[in-house]
Write a protein that binds this ligand. Structure first.
Ligand SMILES: [Zn+2]
Length: 418
């Protein structure tokens, strides 16, 4: 058992003072506010929960910063994808394990509570019939680092809308529904505590509605369901051409999207979709740094927030691993597009840093399908102590300001203390 005492801590209802937290068996047993420290308590001044990472393709870390040169005049997401496919087709299972282990360690050190790994490089490089080894390497790497994981094996069957066959360079991603179900059943036997499985469709362009129904019918109803939904305007246009609707509207009309769902890159949303997605209770999975890096577009957070929509963040391509910077990018993209300041706040939480952090933790726990973060009874302990880097400057060390400085300035550090 470990007991903690925090002078100030960010809990779901806001900042609390003199907070005592009891942890036993890797779970928070109690959280008491306005109490005194007891002998033996591990003390910290200002503490926030680590943030769930709801979207990662861990192997892409190997190309972080290595695709920032011009290939042709109209470089975009699709030309970046060519480079990414080359990487995916060069990595064997050992390379996969190595990059996963070092990247998961970085996630843990930089303030993420867990990872939801959107895993689609299924087939072993040297033995294409083996669809299990890569997933097992990822689970092993997460376990070796001590990072909770929600592994999302991806169904990826087609290269484009209308069941177009996979391209040569997409063959390692290919699974039929039957192969998917076999993989899922195999992995269910492998997972350890703090690991769980979810259902995952690569995108509406990569699966058929019939395949989606078959998986959803066959697998547990309470499993998280993740899908890339509307990252690129080209896929939105193709979806409209085939289904007569934009992706989010079509998905909401044809499937029972509920709080178990997480729609990754719900970037291109109409006002009606924003309202309907918020009402569904699903999470909008936002990856602000990757979306900026790939030139995807800007998620309309202000509108979605006014509809009480829930959201969470992910490191996606892992071009940079830093939850505070993801939140800063999210906030700044809104300010730039709206030409306003401090839009990421509301009546109950005026400080943008605290508002962003609280929303990302709550939404991230929901999308992960595991209680991986939050200073809440029954959740896993993942605590970050905030420290002003300039120790002489104590006057600005109010908790709200410290967290704002973590997100918007570069003079506050974090230390994991769980
Ligand atoms: Zn992705």
């Amino acid at each position: 058992m470990t007991n903690y005492f925090f002078h100030q801590a960010l809990i779901p209802k806001g900042w609390a003072k003199n907070v005592r937290v009891v942890v036993e068996n890797d779970l928070i047993q109690s959280v008491d506010c306005d109490v005194s420290a007891e002998p033996g308590d591990k003390k910290a001044s200002v503490v926030i929960p680590a943030v769930p990472n709801i979207h990662s393709h861990v192997f892409q870390r190997a190309m972080a910063g290595c695709s920032e040169y011009r290939l042709r005049e109209d470089d975009d997401f699709w030309s970046w994808r060519e480079l990414m496919y080359k990487l995916a087709n060069a990595m064997d299972v050992n390379a996969f394990y190595d990059i996963a282990k070092s990247t998961f360690q970085t996630m843990k050190d930089r303030g993420y509570a867990n990872v939801c790994e959107f895993h689609y490089v299924h087939r072993d490089l040297n033995d294409p019939n083996n669809t299990h080894a890569q997933a097992e390497a990822i689970l092993q790497a997460a376990d070796d680092v001590g990072l909770p994981i929600t592994l999302l094996p991806v169904l990826y069957s087609y290269s484009g809308f209308g069941e177009q066959p996979l391209l040569e360079e997409q063959q390692r991603f290919a699974l039929t529904v039957d192969e998917y179900l076999q993989l899922y059943a195999h992995l269910e036997k492998q997972i350890k505590p703090q690991q769980r499985l979810g259902i995952c469709f690569h995108s509406l362009r990569a699966v058929s509605p019939e395949q989606m129904r078959r998986l959803l019918d066959a697998l547990p109803k309470e499993a998280p369901v993740h899908i890339h939904i509307a990252e690129q305007t080209a896929e939105v246009d193709q979806c409209r051409a085939l289904y007569g609707q934009t992706p989010v509207a079509w998905l909401l009309d044809n499937f029972e999207v509920n709080e178990h769902w997480c729609l990754i890159h719900a970037t291109h949303l109409t006002e009606q979709e924003s309202k309907d997605l918020a009402q569904s209770g699903a999470i909008a999975g936002l990856c602000p740094l990757t979306e900026a890096n790939l030139g995807d577009g800007i998620f309309p957070l202000e509108n979605y927030k006014n509809n009480r929509g829930r959201w969470a963040i992910g490191s996606d391509s892992n071009v940079k691993i830093n939850p505070a910077e993801e939140l800063q990018m999210l906030a700044y993209s809104q300010r730039l597009s709206l030409r306003k300041r401090v839009v990421c706040s509301d009546q109950s939480q005026a400080h943008a840093g605290s508002w962003l952090w609280q929303q990302a933790v709550a939404g991230g726990v929901q999308a992960s399908g595991q209680k991986v973060a939050g200073i809440v009874k029954g959740h896993m302990p993942a605590f970050l102590a905030l420290k002003s880097i300039n120790q002489a400057d104590q006057s600005r060390d109010h908790a709200e300001i410290l967290l704002d400085r973590l997100v918007f300035a570069d003079d506050v550090g974090i230390e994991r203390i769980d």
